[in-house]
Design a protein around this ligand. Structure first.
Ligand SMILES: *Cc1c(COP(=O)(O)O)cnc(C)c1O
Length: 386
């Protein structure tokens, strides 16, 4: 085994310390301001952050909340679906997408995804729609949009609500068939996002938000996220206590200013991986949908069946971390066995769980480390170390 050059280590999957270092004084000042104002819940920074993020997203309404999972739950609550209504979710996503459905007594209906972009397969969605279907939750997995053109059209035809789980693709855009490019999360009835620290726009703890272009829905969502109150101590709806901390909002205001630069840096890392790894036999680089930009929350390759785990081990031995997002499809998670799904029902999702691997990608990943990672992957596939 080749010895690892010391200068190349350690390699991080994500490196929040390096990301924060150059903006430490901005973050400190933001935190200090909240401390001196001592308005920790619903302080001024929360509204300011919501307005600034809304402006960034082409004037969408932004409703901050406690985390990305609550955002999904609030989005569903705002639809007022009858108990037991079906909600379509991808068979390949983070579990939160389906969890929010189940916790409300709605029925998650898992649907197959596309093998190249990992988004909901519109034909499979069409086949899964029944008279009981109330909503579709599309996930923009790893930083690229699901097919928003087809999914919007399906939702319109069947009078269903489209929710966009945009926890992984903040800032990505989608080119509609007609009109301008639109921001992921602002196309459906409601979009949701997460500010979990590792997301592209991450807080220093939990946080989330909802997006909508409908002002009345924005007002309703704001109430739902704050105990369903229309004014203090008057509760018109059964809501949640799900608010974004003022401290987190203050930090997010600082970080939002840097998001475009960080996204561009992620795209540069991806471009170098693309160049070096495309055409490698046994490995597929992330496939792009020409209608979407990709903000590379993850750089996820698929590996020839049977070779993924050995590649991950080969990289690990060389000090290169990688992650399998996700090892189990939603329909086979133990907690959801009551839905009655069987192995083999969603072969694409199941195959992806066996073949995907996410490589280190973050805005401060040193070039030297990237070349080292590329060299190791090429070596594994027998394509020479450079
Ligand atoms: C992170 C994530 C969530 C949940 O967000 P939290 O803030 O951790 O609750 C939901 N959906 C997807 C696709 C995610 O990646």
């Amino acid at each position: 085994m080749p010895t690892t050059p010391v200068s190349a280590l350690p390699i991080h999957l994500l490196d929040l310390a390096a990301q924060h270092a150059p903006i430490q004084s901005e973050i400190n000042a933001a935190l200090q301001e909240v401390l001196s104002q001592a308005a920790f819940i619903q302080g001024p920074a929360v509204g300011e952050f919501a307005r600034e993020l809304g402006t960034y997203l082409d004037e969408a309404h932004v409703i901050p909340c406690g985390n990305g999972t609550d955002a999904l739950q609030l989005a569903l609550m705002s639809l007022g679906l009858p108990a037991g209504a079906e909600v379509i979710v991808p068979a390949f996503t983070y579990v939160a997408t389906m969890e929010a459905v189940a916790i409300l007594g709605l029925r998650p209906v898992c649907v197959e995804v596309l093998p190249d972009t990992f988004g909901l397969d519109p034909a499979a969605v069409a086949a899964a729609i029944t008279p009981r279907t109330g909503a579709i939750i599309a996930v923009h997995l790893f930083g690229q949009c699901a097919d928003l053109t087809s999914l919007t059209e399906l939702a319109r035809q069947h009078r269903l609500a489209l929710i966009e789980d945009n926890a992984q693709a903040i800032g990505a855009t989608w080119q509609l068939a007609q009109g301008p490019a639109v921001f992921a999360g602002t196309v459906g009835e409601v979009g949701t996002t997460s500010f979990f620290p590792s997301k592209n726009l991450g807080a220093l703890g939990d946080g989330g938000a909802l997006f909508t272009r409908d002002e009345a829905r924005a007002t309703y969502l704001r109430q739902l996220a704050n105990h369903g109150q229309t004014r203090k101590y008057y509760h018109e709806h059964v809501g949640l206590n799900s608010r974004l901390d003022t401290l987190q909002a203050a930090v997010l205001r600082v970080k939002l200013r840097h998001l475009p630069t960080w996204t561009a840096a992620r795209q540069q890392v991806a471009a170098l991986y693309d160049d070096a790894l495309s055409g490698l036999s046994g490995l597929q680089i992330p496939v792009r949908d020409a209608r979407s930009t990709h903000v590379f929350h993850q750089y996820t390759v698929t590996v020839e069946p049977g070779r993924r785990d050995a590649l991950q081990e080969f990289l690990r031995e060389r000090g290169i971390p990688s992650v399998v997002y996700y090892p189990v499809p939603t329909h086979l998670q133990p907690a959801y066995q009551y839905l009655g799904y069987q192995p083999g029902q969603f072969p694409v999702a199941e195959q992806l769980c066996r073949t995907v691997l996410s490589l280190p990608i973050h805005p401060t990943l040193p070039r030297e480390q990237q070349h080292y990672i590329i060299g190791a992957i090429k070596e594994y596939f027998g394509a020479g170390a450079q």
